[in-house]
Design a protein. Structure first.
Length: 535
């Protein structure tokens, strides 16, 4: 038999991570929040679609409905959704029981935790949660609880066997909204069962740059004979263009879209909130996986929202990333899962937790975590950090979606880190209401007016101006905030030039430019060479 020619994975092939038939995002990794989403999101959406697939098909055509609880499939996919619903009920009974026990625990605390000793209540905690929670009061005498998260990951509620990949060749950027549309197998995708921790995912990802054996990867992924012709079409003998690590003077910062920035010096590469587009022809220019250096020394994550912890990108880059830096929390709160445990469950061997104003030394510089205010609808969430980087006198602040609700926070951060030369800021000031993301976790419905008042929002013009005034940057860059089409399946947004985040960021850019500050709202593909400008 002739020797097999090595092949590359095509640049526009997507490997979507799947959990129980749904696109994997951060709330679907921790067992407790997964259970609540199965009951409070997945089953409800599938039931609604099965009852009225035409309603869903019509709703997704309306741009105003984008990001809503509608399955983005035509009516003829109802049978596939029905099968997934039935399988969920059949195979995920333990998770459904766990969700019921969590809701019962809320009722127990509400009815019986009245300021007296909580010891008798442990005997009333339902079996699925026994040994997994601690009950407590806060200093206002309000009852609460926390999970022992590491024990949950070691229980049978965490089931890596429910994980897998949906692999297909993309012809564009459009994808169904991840939070509302299950991934049902079709004739253009290959679905495989593989745990996210598996090294075969690294082997597949490496084949974008380094040719490998087709037969070996097919065998390791367990591709069935009927799917083999389609799977074979995902590979090519054409090598990709070479990408070399930056070796120039000073610092180069490349913008990859949304909140993803890659900062490079000769000695170190730092990537913020990894979110990378696959290679697409004839569309908006963008950097892709092919443009990244072979080694990413530090991937830094600001907070656990799905547009900042993109599991698809993280798994794709796991073989390249040496360390992941995350905010420390570990408080065991349902709405605030440990990012360290999530990343470890995804197979990352080196996860570094930072506290506020805690630093780590980098080659030629230092990375410091700074407080992150807002963007979480007033929920108690500690797992969030902005990042300050200092290199040879150059000061850069990645402020992500932080919002100057209280400008005193930023003044005190300025006292700690000083002025900055380059500021990156999100201005999604029209954020979705609390229930859009956290609804399945709530123990009881919240009034509509209260829900709409509590937003997943960043800075408007006035608040962003206060951040600029505080840090006096020489350069200001605002993220694109959902304008880039390759993020629509995660953000579920329909931004236009009249949308408030766009008009408010336009005002900020113009105001900065009028003051002699280099300013721009980033979009698609940008390269910034930053050098120290003397005061």
């Amino acid at each position: 038999m002739a020797p097999e020619n090595p092949v590359y994975l095509k640049k526009n092939v997507i490997a979507e991570p799947i959990i129980m038939g749904w696109y994997a995002w951060p709330q679907l990794i921790p067992p407790a929040s997964l259970a609540m989403n199965v009951v409070g999101r997945h089953l409800k959406i599938m039931d609604s679609y099965i009852q009225s697939p035409q309603l869903h098909a019509e709703a997704v055509k309306n741009p105003k409905m984008k990001g809503g609880p509608f399955v983005d499939y035509p009516e003829d996919r109802a049978e596939g959704v029905q099968r997934l619903r039935d399988r969920t009920l059949r195979e995920q009974g333990r998770l459904i029981e766990l969700a019921g026990a969590i809701r019962q625990l809320y009722d127990l605390l509400k009815q019986e935790a009245n300021g007296y000793c909580l010891d008798p209540l442990y005997a009333k905690v339902r079996e699925p949660l026994k040994g997994l929670v601690e009950l407590s009061y806060d200093l206002l005498n309000q009852p609460s609880y926390r999970f022992y998260e590491p024990l949950l990951y070691r229980s049978d509620y965490y089931d890596p066997a429910s994980q897998g990949l949906s692999i297909y060749e993309s012809g564009g950027d459009e994808r169904p909204f991840a939070l509302s549309t299950p991934r049902i197998p079709d004739d253009r995708s290959v679905h495989v069962r593989v745990t996210f921790h598996s090294e075969v995912i690294d082997k597949l990802a490496r084949m974008r740059r380094v040719a490998g054996s087709y037969s070996a990867i097919r065998e390791e992924l367990g591709i069935e004979a009927g799917q083999e012709p389609l799977f074979r079409s995902f590979f090519t003998g054409q090598p990709p263009a070479a990408s070399n690590r930056y070796d120039g003077d000073g610092i180069r910062i490349r913008y990859y879209g949304h909140a993803c920035l890659v900062l490079e010096t000769r000695d170190v590469c730092v990537m913020s909130d990894p979110f990378v587009s696959h290679g697409q022809e004839g569309v908006i220019p963008r950097y892709t996986y092919a443009d990244l250096p072979d080694v990413i020394d530090y991937a830094v994550i600001t907070h656990h929202h799905q547009d900042h912890v993109l599991i698809e990108t993280l798994l794709e880059l796991r073989h390249s990333i040496r360390h992941v830096v995350v905010p420390r929390n570990g408080g065991g709160q349902l709405q605030d899962p440990s990012l360290k445990l999530i990343l470890q469950a995804l197979g990352f061997p080196s996860v570094i937790e930072l506290e506020e104003l805690e630093s780590i030394d980098l080659p030629g510089g230092r990375l410091t975590g700074v407080p992150f205010l807002s963007e979480h609808a007033d929920l108690q969430v500690r797992g969030k950090l902005c990042h300050h980087l200092a290199f040879d006198g150059l000061s850069v602040l990645f402020a992500a979606d932080s919002c100057a609700i209280d400008p005193w926070v930023y003044r005190r951060v300025h006292d700690a880190v000083g002025y900055v030369d380059v500021l990156f800021l999100g201005m999604e000031c029209n954020g979705a209401p609390l229930t859009w993301l956290y609804g399945p976790l709530l123990p009881e419905p919240i009034a509509r007016d209260k829900d709409r008042s509590r937003r997943l929002a960043g800075c408007n013009f006035d608040r962003a101006s206060q951040v600029v005034e505080c840090f006096r940057p020489r350069q200001v860059y605002v993220y694109a905030m959902g304008l880039e089409p390759w993020i629509n399946h995660i953000m579920g947004m329909n931004q236009t030039e009249q949308s408030k985040p766009i008009t408010e960021s336009n005002r900020l850019v113009s105001a900065c430019q009028a003051r002699g500050i280099i300013a721009e709202r980033l979009y698609g593909k940008n390269e910034i060479f930053s050098i120290r400008i003397e005061q």
